[in-house]
Design a protein around this ligand. Sequence first.
Ligand code: NAP
Length: 316
Amino acid sequence: MKLFISRPMTAAVEARARAEFDVEIRENTAPLSEAEMLRALAEFDVVVPTLGDLFSAAVFAKAGSPRCKLLANFGVGYNHIDVSAARAAGVAVTNTPGAVTDATADIALTLILMSARRAGEGERLVRAGNWQGWHPTQMLGHHATGKHVGIAGMGRIGQAIARRCHFGFGMEVSYVARSDKALEFPASRAASLTDLAAAVDFLVVAVPGGAETRHLIDADVLAAMQPHAHLVNIARGDVVAEAALTEALQQRRIGGAGLDVYEFEPQVPQALRDLDNVTLLPHLGTATEEVRSGMGQMALDNVAAFAAGRDLLNPV
Ligand code: NAP
C-alpha cells in the first residue's frame, strides 16, 4: 500500500506515517499542481490531500481509472474535492470532523473580540509608536458581553462557538441551519438568514464551503445587518461575497468584520488590507500543534482502516 501525503505534517504525524506505511511526504507547502495530483492518483493507493489541493471533476476526468482508491483529506472542509467525481472514478473520500471543532471556535471568539474591541487597530497603533496615552474616549469599541450572536451554520463548530458565547459571555444565541438543533443552552432558530442578520450584534459564519453556500453572505444579508454589527467568517472565504463586504466596510455600513478565510485565498485584496475596521487572520482556525496532530492522526486512522480492509471511519 503506497501512501502520498501532500504537505509536511507535525513530527508526530510524520513519524506514525513512516512507521506504518510506505509513504512519500511532499516537502512543498503550496497546493498540488494538476500534474502532481495526476501523479499522486496514478502512482499511490491512498492520498492525503488538504486545503488548496483542487481535486476537481476535470482532474478525475484526466485521471481515468486511478490506482488511488482513497483521498483521506486532512481537514473537515472538503470543498476543494469534487466528491461525486471522485466517487465516479472509484475514489472514496474521508475527512477529519471533530478534531478541529474547539480550535476553530476559539478563533471565532478571537475574531469577535478583536473586531468588537478594535484589538488589531490598537496593536498597530502601539507598534507604530503612535499611542498618545489612555483617555476616556480613546478607541471606543463595542461591548461584547451580553450581546446577541447569530450563527449561520449550527453544526459542530457553530455549536462550539454558540456555547462559548452563551456560557462565557452571557450572549443571546440565534442561528440558521437546515434543521432544528437540540442544544444544552437556549437558542432560537431564525426564520431566514436575513432575519438573523438584522437581529444580531455579531453574525458568525460556520457553514461548509461549496457551490451550495457560495456567496450565502451577499450584499442583501450585509445590508440587513445593523450599523454597529460585526461579521465574523471562520468557514470558507467564498461563503462571503468579498467585494460586497469590502464595500460595506468602506462605507461603514457595518461595525466591522473579522476574517480567517478569503474568497481567493491566499490573496487578500489591498482594499481590505487598507481598512482599519477589519481584522485579518491567515486561516489560523486549527493552527495549534496538538490540533494539527489530531487531524493528522484522524486522517491516518482512515488510511489504516482502508489498508486493513475495514470500514472507513469518516467517509463523506
Ligand atoms: P458541520 O458540523 O457539518 O456543520 C455545518 C453546519 O452548516 C450544519 O449545521 C448545517 O446544517 C449548516 N448548513 C449547511 N448548509 C447550510 C446552508 N445552506 N444554510 C444554512 N446552514 C447550512 O461542519 P463543521 O465541522 O461545523 O465545519 C464547518 C466548516 O467550517 C467546515 O466545512 C470548514 O469549511 C470550516 N472550517 C474552517 C476552519 C478554519 O481553519 N477557519 C477550520 C475547520 C473548519 P444542518 O446541521 O442542518 O445540516
